[in-house]
Design a protein around this ligand. Structure first.
Ligand SMILES: NC(=O)c1ccc[n+]([C@@H]2O[C@H](COP(=O)([O-])OP(=O)(O)OC[C@H]3O[C@@H](n4cnc5c(N)ncnc54)[C@H](OP(=O)(O)O)[C@@H]3O)[C@@H](O)[C@H]2O)c1
Length: 223
C-alpha cells in the first residue's frame, strides 16, 4: 500500500465511518473527511459548492459511507423521508463518484467502496426507502464495475448486518436483543470489523474483487 494515497470518506464523525477513519489513519492514508457542516449530503447546493471549491482534489479512493434510515410503514411514509433518504444514500454518493472518477481514470488506478447494507440484498418491512437506496447503490456498484474496470478502477459495496452504532443503538434494548437472537454469531458487528473489510478492499492486496456486494452480517441473511 502506498502511504500517500488520498481517501475521501463521508460520515466519519461516528459509527462505521469513524472506525474506517481510525483504521486508515493508522495505515498512513491521507484522509479527507468533511463534516456535515462542510458538506451536507442532503443539500444538492452544498454538494455543488463543495465540488466547485474542491474540484482540483486528486482523490484515489472514495468511500461513500454516510447514510440514514428512518423506518416508516408505507402508508405513513413522509415525502421528506423519501427525498432525504434518496438524496443522502443514493444521489449524493453517485455525484461524488462522478466528481472523483476523472482523476482515477487519468492515473489508471482507483478504488470506490460504497457502504451499503444487507438490506441492499434482502428486504424488511417498514424499511422501503432504506431498502430502495441500498439496492440502488448495489446496482451502481455493479454498473460502475463494468464501466470502470477497463480503467483499473475497482468498485465494491460492503453490506453489513446489524452494527453496534447509533443507527442500531437508538432502538430499545429489548428490540436489539430480539435482532441479535436471529444472528447466528449471536451479537452485533463492531464498526471495526467493517473497517477491516474496507481496508482490504481499497488496498493493493485487492487485485480482482470488483462489482461485488459483500455481505458482512454474521450469517443473518442465511435463514
Ligand atoms: N449500523 C448498522 O447497523 C448498519 C448496517 C448496515 C449498513 N449501515 C450503513 O453504514 C453507514 C454508516 O452507518 P452508521 O451505523 O455508522 O451510522 P451513524 O452512526 O448513524 O452515522 C451516520 C454518519 O453519516 C453522517 N451523515 C448523516 N446525514 C448526513 C448528511 N446529510 N450529510 C453529511 N453526513 C451525514 C453522520 O454525520 P453527523 O454526525 O453529522 O450526523 C454520521 O457521520 C450507512 O450508510 C448505513 O446505512 C449501517
Amino acid at each position: 500500500m502506498s502511504p500517500k494515497k488520498t481517501v475521501f470518506l463521508t460520515g466519519a464523525s461516528r459509527g462505521i465511518g469513524k472506525a474506517i477513519y481510525t483504521k486508515l489513519k493508522k495505515e498512513k492514508y491521507y484522509i479527507i473527511a468533511p463534516t456535515r457542516r462542510e458538506l451536507d449530503l442532503n443539500n444538492p447546493i452544498s454538494l455543488y459548492r463543495y465540488n466547485d471549491i474542491q474540484k482540483n482534489l486528486k482523490v484515489d479512493v472514495l468511500i461513500n459511507n454516510a447514510g440514514i434510515n428512518f423506518p416508516q410503514w408505507i402508508d405513513e411514509l413522509e415525502d421528506k423521508n423519501i427525498s432525504e433518504t434518496l438524496q443522502i444514500n443514493l444521489i449524493s454518493p453517485i455525484k461524488l463518484i462522478r466528481t472523483f472518477v476523472p482523476h482515477m481514470k487519468k492515473q489508471r488506478w482507483g478504488r470506490i467502496v460504497n457502504i451499503s447494507s444487507m438490506f441492499g440484498l434482502v428486504a424488511r418491512g417498514k424499511q422501503t426507502m432504506y431498502t430502495v437506496t441500498k439496492h440502488g447503490i448495489n446496482g451502481v456498484t455493479k454498473a460502475l464495475a463494468l464501466e470502470l474496470g477497463p480503467h483499473n478502477i475497482l468498485v465494491n459495496s460492503v453490506c453489513p448486518g446489524f452494527v453496534n452504532t447509533d443507527l442500531v443503538k437508538r432502538n430499545p434494548p429489548e428490540k436489539i436483543a430480539a435482532l441479535v437472537k436471529d444472528v447466528p454469531l449471536g451479537r452485533l458487528a463492531e464498526p471495526e470489523e467493517i473497517a477491516e473489510l474496507v481496508s482490504f478492499l481499497i488496498s493493493n492486496k485487492n487485485t480482482y474483487i470488483t462489482g461485488a456486494n459483500i455481505l458482512i452480517d454474521g450469517g443473518f441473511t442465511c435463514r
